[in-house]
Design a protein around this ligand. Structure first.
Ligand code: PMP
Length: 360
């Protein structure tokens, strides 16, 4: 394959060409330092600039209020499945809403640290539905409510978030952070692995309301303790220096193309194109319920498993890669994160039309 492909992978996923080009240009000698970023001390002046710029850009783009802290942490989103209960479960009780595989994993991890009430589980409809407010009621005396904003595997996404009143809402935004405008004030804590929408694997971004940070339990590993992370400005130990640098480049790209408003418009346009096509044909069967559809991961099946496999194989030959669905849903999954250009989606739809014609 000589040319670059359209990479529909669910994560790690594509980066914008502009980002890759800058990484390439600065690879051997960052900004005249005579060093690659990955060779730099995390305490050096050059690196601290990279670090602070990335943090500043994130605060600006997401309009993160002053009463919230930004952490860059190790361990990906899965690390936060544990860090959240370790740090926030003071009363040892939390509500979890299960809308897919990752919210289930988060709940399982949290149950090691306290009582976890599953107040909704969408397994009956194979996680094709996002609950509405009247399907949810929260338990008394809990530390927080946890949900997953976008279900990467099933292709469903919360359009609006439940009002939990005084109870902090904790949200895993790994697969839709920075894909649309949100109001950070609705949340007690937001966390996300970077490798889908905002960079590469190796870093989790945590946005936390300051009043939720308190002294850690002595058994909490140092690198997981939010109070120590705050005290050391995410540098208790060596941070994931290169992933933070790449995050900064992705954020720079987002600002340069017009910020979250432009990104959201692009994402809505891409998803609309694909869903409109799916809704006006009968060969492919969409998985997610209409009102619960994700802007990021579009899931559907062909009439048979053999055909799903043939679809993914043939698409790859045409430079449309990683379309095979996750084994839990089967079929096809097109992940169309921020970096996927609309041309990729247009090419995918042309391919789908052709494949349907040949196999109907
Ligand atoms: N949450 C969601 C929504 C995800 O999509 C993923 C990864 N696919 C995870 C959590 C786990 O992330 P990580 O691999 O960074 O631990």
């Amino acid at each position: 394959m000589k040319d670059r492909v359209y990479n529909f992978a669910a994560g790690p996923s594509m980066l914008a060409d502009e980002v890759l080009n800058e990484l390439h240009d600065e690879f051997f000698n960052y900004n005249g330092s005579g060093m690659a970023v990955m060779e730099m001390s995390h305490r050096s002046k050059e690196y601290m600039e990279i670090f602070n710029e990335a943090k500043g850009r994130l605060r600006r783009i997401m309009e993160i209020p002053e009463e919230y802290e930004i952490f860059f942490m190790h361990g990906g989103a899965t690390g936060q499945f544990a860090a959240v209960p370790m740090n926030l479960m003071k009363k040892k009780k939390a509500d979890y809403i299960i809308t897919g595989n990752f919210s289930k994993k988060a709940a399982q991890e949290a149950s090691k640290y306290g009582e976890v009430n599953i107040i909704y589980d969408g397994k009956e409809n194979n996680y094709s539905h996002i609950p509405s407010a009247d399907e949810l009621s929260f338990s008394d005396d809990i530390d927080y409510v946890h949900l997953c904003a976008n279900n990467t595997i099933y292709g469903t996404e919360w359009k609006t978030f439940p009002d939990t009143g005084d109870i902090p809402l904790v949200v895993d935004m790994s697969s839709d952070i920075l894909s649309r405008k949100i109001d950070v004030k609705e949340f007690g804590l937001i966390y996300a692995g970077a490798q889908k929408n905002i960079g590469i694997a190796g870093i989790a971004v945590v946005i936390i309301r300051k009043d939720l940070i308190s002294d850690h339990d002595p058994k909490t590993p140092q690198v997981m303790a939010y109070d120590l992370t705050l005290k050391n400005d995410s540098m208790l130990n060596t941070p994931p220096t290169y992933p933070i640098y790449v995050l900064g480049k992705v954020l720079k790209w987002i600002e340069e193309i017009g910020g979250i408003k432009e990104i959201e418009e692009r994402n809505i346009a891409k998803a609309k194109l694909l869903y409109d096509y799916l809704d006006h044909q009968s060969f492919y069967i969409p998985h997610a319920e209409k009102g619960s559809r994700s802007l990021m991961n579009v899931t559907f099946t062909t009439p048979s498993e053999d055909m799903d496999a043939a679809f993914a194989k043939k698409a790859t030959e045409q430079g449309l890669c990683n379309l095979k669905g996750h084994r839990l849903v089967g079929g096809i999954r097109a992940s169309i994160y921020n970096a996927m250009p609309i041309e990729g989606v247009e090419k995918l739809i042309s391919f789908m039309e052709e494949f349907a014609k040949e196999n109907a």
